[in-house]
Design a protein around this ligand. Structure first.
Ligand code: CA2
Length: 139
């Protein structure tokens, strides 16, 4: 099984800023742990701060892998273009968030992409990604 993780804007700063909200670990270290947790799953990672690059990756991975774990960052709350990209592809997409977006600012409660996603997982720190892969890997 092949899973593509796609991280959006500012998530390259994980482990460097705002550790109270996003934790202290870098994503690279966390992914190594994920790969050990799911030895039978090929896990690829992509991060971009650019909306178009995220859309291109969804198009590419959405026909080449078995599932996408998407943390679109702040684009989650604004991007109809990402919604359309998720709708357009074959692979199921799980929306994830590290923080619990429902107990933060009101604008974070709205997701543009959720209606096109298989499911949404938020609030479990980096473990949200493991839970998403768990859900996608279930037969
Ligand atoms: O909780 C999440 O995973 C978010 O998708 C993170 C986004 C935020 O806009 C969403 O509402 C919820 C922000 C990502 C910023 O990432 C940083 C990581 C470390 C330091 C600073 C920013």
């Amino acid at each position: 099984m092949k899973i593509q993780i796609i991280n959006g804007p500012n998530l390259n700063l994980l482990g460097q800023r705002e550790p109270d909200i996003y934790g202290q670990r870098t994503f690279d270290t966390y992914v190594e742990e994920l790969r050990r947790t799911f030895p039978d799953v090929t896990i690829d990672c992509f991060q971009s701060n650019c909306e178009g690059a995220l859309i291109d990756k969804i198009h590419e991975a959405g026909f080449a892998c078995d599932g996408i774990v998407l943390n679109a960052g702040a684009y989650t709350h604004t991007s109809i273009a990402l919604l359309d990209a998720v709708k357009a592809v074959k692979a199921p997409v799980v929306e994830v968030h590290i923080s619990n977006v429902h107990c933060r600012e009101p604008f974070r409660r709205q997701s543009m992409i959720a209606p096109a996603c298989r499911g949404v997982i938020c609030g479990f720190g980096l473990d949200s990604y493991r839970l998403a892969i768990e859900a996608l890997a279930k037969p």
